[in-house]
Design a protein around this ligand. Sequence first.
Ligand SMILES: *Cc1c(COP(=O)(O)O)cnc(C)c1O
Length: 381
Amino acid sequence: MIPYGKHLVDEADVQSVVDVLRNQFLTQGTVVPRFEQALCDYTGARHAVAVNSATSGLHIACLAAGVSSGDVVWTVPNSFVASANCARFCGAEVDFVDIDPLTRNLAISELKNKLAEAQKNNRLPKALIVVHFAGLSCDMQQIQQLTQPFNIALIEDAAHALGGDYLGRKIGCCQFSDMTVLSFHPVKSITSAEGGAVLTNDAEMASKLTLFAKHGTTRDPNMMQGVNEGPWYYQQIELGYNYRLSDLHAALGLSQLQKLDEFIAKRRFLALRYRKKLQDLPLILPCEESYHTSAWHLYMVELTKHDRLRTYQGLHDKGIGVNVHYIPIHLQPYYQHLGFQQGDFPNAEHYYNHALTLPLFPSLTETEQDSVIETLQEVLS
Ligand SMILES: *Cc1c(COP(=O)(O)O)cnc(C)c1O
């Protein structure tokens, strides 16, 4: 079975993890800070806070943005549930902005209308979480222009997008946002097994993020109340979590980061190859602008004439592990219980009903890709 996504771990990765195992520290040593610095160097962001998953990262990003009960947070329905759950962790309500049928990212026109309506009803969101679906950046400049006048915190869920570009800079540089969240789950651009990071250019935000990721405790005398009682002393000044990344995980992430550009180049090469070889099939392929800037987390196609379930099954029967991204978040039973229903976000629903994700990962060979293409041709004929 050819899976839809797969990590690529080499001997250098193994060695860097083994080195940490022989060190004095398995966690809270020197590797996490080095990984954080390397993420800053790569993306151009000023601060990085490594965490144990993107889900944790999204949670503390919401907390650092001041999201709490009584607030509303907006995101898109075409994403993994974590993009919305993070707001619920903070006791906030969630609402969604439908997607653009072409990019499958947040639709600017929908955002514009929804903001105008929310302003009228005095129900503007505290934060907007945008998702760079499949690794293609949202139009951050335009989104920021729309949200800034209302003081809405802008958070990028870039779980798909490390290694991608936007307006000539790396995704993660936070040029048009307050924070960017990364995932290092094995199917993403690089892996630390489990892991994630929050990037920001704002020192105060970075310090809040660190606090929330480490039990709300600090050893910085400048942040303490009263006297510092000695070298052992720390204070808990917030309610925080244990969301730290371990040095073991960071060692894998740091070693993987050296290969990120290679991984993305291979993903782009394969995506272009898919485009050339699939263009005569009854499919909608990813939009043109994605081929040279996307991080290509997913290669997704939209069926125009065929039944999705039958196509999915036909491919699986022949060893091609296609997948589907995403079941719209608002249609999950948990969110339906909160009042959402079928028909609320028609673009995301239409896309979901016709979408298939084809195998795409750095170690996919051209021979394997050709067999995916030939099998798809057969199943659709
Ligand atoms: C994978 C993913 C997450 C969650 O990442 P974890 O590191 O597994 O917590 C969040 N958002 C999106 C869009 C994702 O694809």
